[in-house]
Ligand binder design. Sequence first.
Ligand code: FRU
Length: 486
Amino acid sequence: KRYKEPFRPQFHFSPEKNWMNDPNGMVYYKGFYHLFYQYYPNDIVWGPMHWGHATSTDLIHWKHKNIALYPDKLGLIFSGSAVMDLNNSSGLGTKANPPMIAIFTYHNMDGEKKGKTNFQTQGLAYSLDEGDTWSKYKGNPILGNSGLKDFRDPKVFWNTETNLWNLVLVAGDHAQFYSSKNLITWIFESEFGKNHGAHGGVWECPDIFKLKVANSNEEKWVLLISINPGAPNGGSGTQYFIGNFDGKTFYTTQKETKWIDYGADNYAGVTYNDAPNDKRIFIGWMSNWLYARNTPTKNWRSAMTLPRELSLEKLGVNYILKSIPVEQLKKQMISEFSKEKIDITAKQTVTIKHNNLNQSEIKFKAQSKDLKLIFSNNANDSLVIHYDAKQKTFSIDRRHSGIVNFEENFGKKIHKTSTPNIVSETIDYRILLDWSSIEIFLNQGIYSFTEQIFPKKPYTVLHIQSNQDQEIKNITINKIKEIWKN
Ligand code: FRU
């Protein structure tokens, strides 16, 4: 089946129809990447949450599967994670056929309406057929609530250092860590965050994992925390902390707030359990709670970011979480334009006309000088991205990028980010456009920016400008093949 409605992404995951938000239960098993997601099957706005399900063998082509989890008398099925219980520690499968286990938040609407504060609890479900059908655990909830209004989004993983399961969840203004032998009985270990990081809104969708620091023997733990509102461009966004975790407590000396993405539309992202070759693969929801319900799509709403490989780099004393699209995307590319060098003269415009800009990758190396790229069409839409070398800022101006008036915050401001971590004499630009999104990666993911756009017609012209003489090298424009065709 192909999906060709206006604004439908052609190389990003989106649900066949109706509403989607957070990615959930990301786990790899026997050749398949499972992606579950917050799903409301009856409308294109948020409603009683289910877990939708899709699988992929390459993180690029997805197969839509049946709904995995339905609400029940304990509540709606909010965000959570999944693991393969390979040793059958839970006893819910066998060693020969280990259970896939989902741990998620039950959100009890009745309790919420009655003004109670314990309406979010954690539940467990298991599947003995690789995620196709699910049973809820009879003893649910496995983790009750002693009166925390926000108490949700458990991320579970196997800790190879302690040989125990760990769980991290969020409780309003902090994260809580638990451990377990069997995924059913959980012991509270510690909390983190009341005095750390951004607190402009409630904490959501945590994740924690260990990464090697590039070019060293050092390893660090990364804690992801989504927050809504309070993100740099308003609404929702995802911050991270670099530190250490001993299975019980997370420690950090980090003072400043760091964000995984400085665009407006990358939220609630988490990573895969058990991805092959020790890769740490991240997927985020490509929207923002400020306007997610109002975007101008018709029969479905919202998409996921490209799956991204995360890595850690140390610049001076500063640890940076980098993200770049997974390698597998390369096989979708068809080269349509390339040029070894383009000279830009100060204050003059270089124009490239190109038909498939809306479904493309644009790559080049520039000097770390001023540079402006303007995408436009004959419907008077223009999307402007700008590296301001003097201010050391990078900005995205989508105020006139297409349909913007569906919600007042969407096109109100230029999104400007200060970019102190650009320290090289050249800047690698990698830009991916997919009908209703743009993802920009600078210097192999030292900075990433993800934004939704809704051009009235496809962009067909790219203008390049600078206020200095500038030299652009190895520019390529690739068309990206659609993923739904076969
Ligand atoms: C994040 C979130 C989660 C919650 C889910 C409900 O976007 O608010 O905290 O579990 O969405 O759909």
